[in-house]
Design a protein around this ligand. Sequence first.
Ligand code: NAI
Length: 252
Amino acid sequence: MRLQNKKAIVTGGAGGIGRATCLALAAEGAAVAVVDLNAEAAEAVAAEIREAGGTAVAVAADVSREPDIERVVATAVQEFDGVDVVFNNAGIIRRQTAVEIEVDEWDLVFGVNVRAIFLMCKHVVPIMEAAGGGSIVNTGSGWGLKGGGRALSYCASKGAVVNMTRALAIDHGPAGIRVNSVNPGDVNTGMLRDEARQLAQDADSFLAEAADRPLRRMGEPEEVAQAVVWLASDDSSYVTGAALVVDGGGIA
Ligand code: NAI
């Protein structure tokens, strides 16, 4: 039980990587606030944790909106009496070039993938500071470390996540708050199927392409979740500002 008595917030907690991480954090003893735009799916994840004997609450929220973030943090504090761990994981992708994407879609991607992390940190850092520290993990992407085709807004937003993570680590390290990013390669979630749909590609061939890497398969959400558990726990006590890559060795 590496996270006994810890209190966690997970955004995008109803999605593939988010749900797996909520379950993994709870299995290590953490109380979990499952945050997602999809209220019903968030409640289902929270119920799954409670049925297994854990502690969880679902919070329906649009993480790109400051009032929603304030409500998320207030709910976690009210329900659990503090916040030790935040996994800023909600994310969306638009498979479009600069010429194809409309300005409002660009802003939407940055609202969910980037602004939400800033907003969460704005409201949760003072609570962690008062408690003497905490661990924040942000979901970047392999495409935040190098470019990718026909996903300009996504690549730009995930590059921002990786570097804002380093800047947050510098600002808040002296208060005992560690901030790291986890950077998955292709992981078997709804997002990949959404990408195939956006690109009007056959899902099976799209997923086969995603498996073309040294380990010869896609990642599973649980494999990213275990990296997040490590970053959340004291096992990674001297790690901050890091970009941890979980990608099966990158595209071959
Ligand atoms: P997913 O689509 O299964 O989960 C994303 C979750 O975020 C969904 O439950 C969705 O409802 C939620 N969400 C979207 N907009 C939201 C908003 N405004 N407010 C609150 N919740 C919102 O996708 P997946 O794969 O689990 O993605 C999780 C993170 O991992 C994302 O940041 C994604 O960019 C990143 N990632 C995923 C990779 C993959 O291959 N699946 C690869 C690299 C990074």
